[in-house]
Write a protein that binds this ligand. Sequence first.
Ligand code: SF4
Ligand code: SF4
Ligand code: SF4
Length: 322
Amino acid sequence: MFLSRRQFLGFSALTGAGLLMPKESMAIAGKFATIIDLTRCDGCKDELTAKCVSACREYNKDRYPEPVKPIQTYWPRKNYEDWSEKRGKIDTLTPYNWIFIQKVSINEEDFHIPRRCMHCDNPPCVRGCPFGALTKQPEGNSVINDSLCFGGAKCRDVCPWSIPQRQAGVGLYLKLMPKYAGGGVMYKCDLCKNRIRVGKEPACVSACKGRLGDNSAMLFGERMTIYSMASKRSKEEGLYIYGDKQNGGTSTLYLSKIPFESIEKAITEKKDRIPMSVNIESKIEKDINPLGKLVLGSSILSIVGGIAYAMNRNKGGNDKDE
Ligand code: SF4
Ligand code: SF4
Ligand code: SF4
């Protein structure tokens, strides 16, 4: 995603006036939703890489970050997050891997849990970003604009599942104050925004369907239909649902034959960095510093530097149209 110069000037003016902060009332449930049925997912045990994971990586590869090296540390931190030498890593979320198969063993039975952004109905990542770099789309997906992100990771801090992942050495801050501002850019699943906008399914869903046909572990469609289908299967097959209530509701419904409390416990015991808590309170109100909103939202530096960046950057960016 990349703003034209005119769009960016408009953005800067709005930001300077403090008008662009995402408001709670702007949140919408969205048009689409997904079922991820854990009773059908076997983690693609006969494949080297799960089909959904390889489909996502293939579809999004042109959007993965190419950091400028050597990467600078930035004040006051001493460390930065660089995944660029671990692009092949598929057992967790990274800026180069937006879905992974989380594996847990419960009572000697293995469970495979495809994990990616839940696309919350009222996403704290969207509301929490001081620069308005995240938006909630009418389709229901939350999307990071990599041209506006400073990599401060507030979106990850407020996400109950720690979904967005940071890559240093890329992004707007390099044009401003590489040693003192920003930490890179955050990346995550955007629900294949350009595919769903034109009526196609996300790449991971198509890949799972291609392998399992009518027994696909992933189903994508109109939100009402997906919610009804999940509720029907839950009643008929005695399955537990996850994602309908967590964090105020999401566009992603997991189905499982075992309670999600057991899955949460197994993931916690593994100390996996991507949790799956059942009882999730909104972290947003206590985590957002009102001063931070004001100062960051109206930063003159961001306006001047952003304009320079928008003017200098090659047209087209790294976004992909369908
Ligand atoms: S969701 Fe489908 S494609 Fe992905 S690991 Fe499970 S079975 Fe394989
Ligand atoms: S799961 Fe996390 S990153 Fe995704 S929309 Fe919800 S808060 Fe944002
Ligand atoms: S919806 Fe698209 S971006 Fe998200 S995990 Fe699936 S393939 Fe990747």
